[in-house]
Design a protein around this ligand. Structure first.
Ligand SMILES: C[S@@+](CC[C@H](N)C(=O)[O-])C[C@H]1O[C@@H](n2cnc3c(N)ncnc32)[C@H](O)[C@@H]1O
Length: 213
């Protein structure tokens, strides 16, 4: 298998994380996804799917008759995810798309899972979340993870090393993206390296589904 430079760099970072904090990332992904309350038959979106590390656990959560869609704006990542889905016979449709303009109709998904890109969106974060809310069904679950280190981890030698490489590890958790009045579970995952925000899109009429922004 020939991996793109982008994919190789990304995999190298994962190997470093695995060795340094002794977490097995596929197991962490399974644990995070298992906690989302997805059901057999659900349709879910892997948002900014990269090489597809979340695809197998998402498919397991919606089996036997659910569907997974996946999108990424990098052709190399779309190719890698498509290849992985084919090889593992996963019920996944992968498309090249921009997170700021999703190519899906309103209220398509029972769940949307995002990991690893939203911190880079700057001003576009709010637009990305508005798009995620638009394509999620009322009552659907939305989960967002990205770099966001706990204070304890930031004090460690490894934490300081990571912050030097990527200052986004110190970004505050973007709880302003959660719609007003909606209760979210906010915590850390992956040994305190990433934040995890999980909430349900309000049912119609029960809440204002615009974000606090
Ligand atoms: C760090 S990777 C994470 C991949 C995957 N979610 C995971 O957990 O392994 C971030 C991904 O976001 C994608 N990405 C960044 N900006 C994007 C955008 N505006 N629209 C769609 N994908 C984007 C990148 O191509 C990359 O594959």
């Amino acid at each position: 298998m020939c991996l793109s430079r982008e994919a190789l760099r990304y995999n190298f970072q994962f190997v470093i994380l695995t060795l340094a904090v002794r977490i097995w990332i596929p197991a962490e992904r399974r644990r995070i996804i298992a906690a989302l309350g997805l059901k057999p038959g659900d349709r879910v979106l892997d948002h900014c799917c990269g090489q597809g590390g979340n695809l197998a656990p998402l498919c397991a959560a919606i089996a036997p008759d659910g569907e997974v869609d996946a999108m990424d704006n990098s052709p190399a990542m779309v190719k890698a995810s498509t290849r992985l889905a084919k090889r593992r016979r996963l019920p996944v449709t992968v498309v090249k798309a921009d997170a700021l303009k999703l190519p899906y109709p309103d209220e398509t998904f029972d769940g949307v899972m995002h990991s690893g890109a939203i911190n880079q969106f700057g001003e576009g974060k709010q637009t990305a979340m508005d798009e995620i809310l638009r394509v999620t069904k009322p009552g659907g679950v939305i989960a967002i993870q990205d770099e966001g280190m706990s204070e304890e981890m930031a004090q460690t030698r490894f934490g300081k090393f990571l912050i030097k490489q990527n200052a986004m590890f110190l970004d505050p958790i973007p709880t302003e993206l959660v719609p007003k009045g909606v209760e979210a579970q906010v915590g850390r995952v992956m040994s305190g390296l990433f934040y995890n925000i999980v909430f349900r899109k309000p049912e119609v009429g029960s809440q204002d589904s615009s974000t606090a922004g």
